[in-house]
Write a protein that binds this ligand. Structure first.
Ligand SMILES: [Fe+2]
Ligand SMILES: [Fe+2]
Length: 270
């Protein structure tokens, strides 16, 4: 399963210490943990920055940046934003815009779905389930669903919207356990916020429940620091399940075109 190990003390220190952690809403804390795990996937490609004097530089303290910042805005990541073509495709975003960490996490999740013979729709869902972290992190299930909605089957959108809530609830029928890491970090008595509980209660009775549940299952296979997955096996699946606009993502006047444009132009002030 997960190959990323979180150092509990370092994680708490990064969040501002034990008092700051105690003051955080449990859901916010859970979000931080997931993002920390995904972020660690990008780290082995980034040697520590060196100051001209040879002294190692440090990233700005975590508190100086709001934690919901999307990866494309976060220069601390040290990742170059490569130019995109005039009519960018989803594949262009994967290859030239999405962060190393989200690229790896999503491809590893989709790879697990592919290798275990899951439906193509599920594979496609896993491939794009967290790409919105490049834009923003809070409530990423809802934002992520909205971003891809014009281009995919409504079951994919639905699954991505509810995977955020389902992470906190086990389902023995597919072998999804409550993540042990959540127990270690948040304590055993952690209870998700009411809006998450409501979303879960709604989703678990829905006919498409499994669309979201399988995303949470495959997600747990997406934290391997030593595994690079090629996009090649997914190109045809994208072709069959993602309605690529001929004008390019960002320029097709869809209800979410502005979200893609924002990732194209993260340095625009207005
Ligand atoms: Fe997610
Ligand atoms: Fe994920």
């Amino acid at each position: 399963m997960s190959d990323v190990n979180i150092d509990r003390r370092a994680f708490i220190a990064k969040l501002g210490g034990a008092a700051a952690v105690a003051a955080m809403a449990p859901e916010a804390l859970a979000e931080e943990l997931e993002h920390e795990m995904i972020d660690m996937l990008g780290q082995d490609q980034q040697p520590p920055a060196q100051a001209p004097s040879g002294q190692q530089t440090r990233l700005p303290p975590f508190q100086e940046v709001y934690k919901g910042i999307g990866h494309v805005f976060d220069k601390r990541r040290g990742e170059e934003l490569k130019p995109l073509p005039k009519q960018p495709t989803l594949v262009d975003f994967f290859e030239r815009r999405f962060s190393r960490a989200t690229h790896r996490h999503c491809l590893q999740s989709a790879h697990h779905a592919l290798k275990t013979g899951q439906p193509e729709l599920t594979i496609m869902s896993c491939l794009i389930h967290d790409i919105v972290l490049n834009l923003a992190k809070p409530d990423h299930g809802w934002w992520g669903a909205q971003m891809i909605e014009p281009y995919v089957d409504e079951k994919i959108t639905w699954g991505i919207r509810y995977h955020q809530a389902l992470r906190f609830y086990p389902d023995d029928s597919v072998g999804y356990e409550y993540p042990e890491l959540y127990n270690r970090i948040f304590g055993k008595d952690y209870v998700p916020e009411p809006y998450i509980e409501d979303a879960y209660q709604y989703a678990r009775k829905h006919k498409w429940y499994m669309e979201a549940r399988l995303i949470t299952l495959n997600d747990t296979y997406g934290f391997n620091k030593d595994m690079d997955v090629s996009l090649d096996p997914f190109i045809d699946i994208i072709g069959r399940h993602f309605k690529q606009p001929k004008e390019g993502l960002g320029y097709d006047n869809s209800p979410s075109a502005h979200m893609w444009r924002t990732m194209i132009n993260p340095d625009r002030s207005l």
